[in-house]
Design a protein around this ligand. Structure first.
Ligand code: Q46
Ligand code: ZN
Length: 292
């Protein structure tokens, strides 16, 4: 790890990653040992590794898999579901499975086709659906906190996109922890300071079987373009990504952004599902589902 000027053997690497994760959980006040954690798992290396690490650290942690109905030639959803189930069974862990099509009568690509949001790429509809369902399961089953496997490369790509556009509201909200509010679960990203390569190495060394393929809709996305650019920067200047992210968090703590001048959105319960929404009437997800 050139960026840390550190080289570890397998045994110590498998100890170092969980120890660092525990440090970040405490540093950013993510959750305590008495709280119940729900990890959103996609079958990929980051979310399965996160589940493995939190379980090894002794946290009370269950998984949630969302069946998006994205299959294509490689059978992305079928394979990612199989690997997630296998992971949970091998460790005796509890996994919630929600199949979007069974639950709402249409898969993500079908919902996207009907919605204005999904024109071209279903990612926007998919994002709304995932946020809605993760929050619903966390709330219905009484979890204190929802954890996702976003790594440093994910966070830096978002930071870069938001800095390019100076989207101050989004930059304000980009944090390792988003605190709970009425009807919205606390959200945490315990892997936000690990490089993607570090998580791939952890999964590989730990023997976690994960899906290598990306979702077919990720191909050609702007975030992959930014990640490639940032990788070039990182290879010339090891540690550049980590410094960019950590210094961003520090600058915010030191008051880089003044508090919002406009009034915060007022959230009211959606008349259909009861989840908080800033919309006047149905929440974004219920509007998408209603069109099918
Ligand atoms: S799963 Fe969904 Fe991603 Fe696939 S459709 Fe887009 S948002 S790329 S993380
Ligand atoms: Zn709703």
């Amino acid at each position: 790890m050139r960026h840390h000027k550190l080289a570890l053997c397998k045994e110590h690497y498998l100890e170092w990653i969980p120890a660092q994760t525990a440090r970040f959980i405490k540093k950013y006040w993510m959750f305590g040992p008495d709280e119940r954690v729900l990890v959103a798992v996609s079958g990929g290396k980051d979310s399965l590794s996160l589940w493995d690490i939190l379980w090894r650290l002794g946290y009370q942690v269950d998984g949630l898999y969302l069946g998006l109905g994205i299959d294509g030639e490689a059978g992305y959803s079928t394979e990612s579901h199989r690997l997630t189930e296998k992971f949970a069974i091998e460790r005796g862990l509890k996994l919630h499975v929600v199949d979007i099509q069974q639950e709402y009568g249409a898969s993500i690509p079908m919902l996207a086709e009907k919605s204005r949001r999904g024109q071209g790429r279903p990612c926007s509809v998919c994002g709304v659906a995932k946020r809605h369902e993760m929050n619903r399961i966390a709330r219905d089953f009484g979890y204190d906190v929802l954890a996702t496997g976003h790594n440093l490369d994910d966070e830096v790509a978002v930071l870069f996109a938001n800095s390019l556009a100076w989207s101050v509201d989004l930059l304000r909200r980009q944090e390792p922890v988003l605190h709970e509010s009425d009807g919205l679960a606390r959200k945490v990203k315990p892997l936000c300071r690990f490089y993607e390569k570090e998580m791939a190495a952890y999964a590989l060394l730990r023997g976690i079987e994960y899906i290598y393929e990306e979702c077919p809709f990720a191909i050609g996305s702007t975030s992959i373009y930014y990640k490639e650019m940032l990788n070039r920067l990182e290879s010339d200047r090891p540690g550049a990504k980590l410094a960019y992210y950590v210094k961003f968090l520090e600058s915010k703590k030191n008051g880089m952004f003044s508090p919002p001048t406009s009034q915060e959105f007022i959230l009211t319960p959606c008349p259909q599902c009861g989840q908080p929404t800033s919309a006047d009437g149905l929440c974004s997800f219920c509007k998408i589902v209603r069109k099918t």
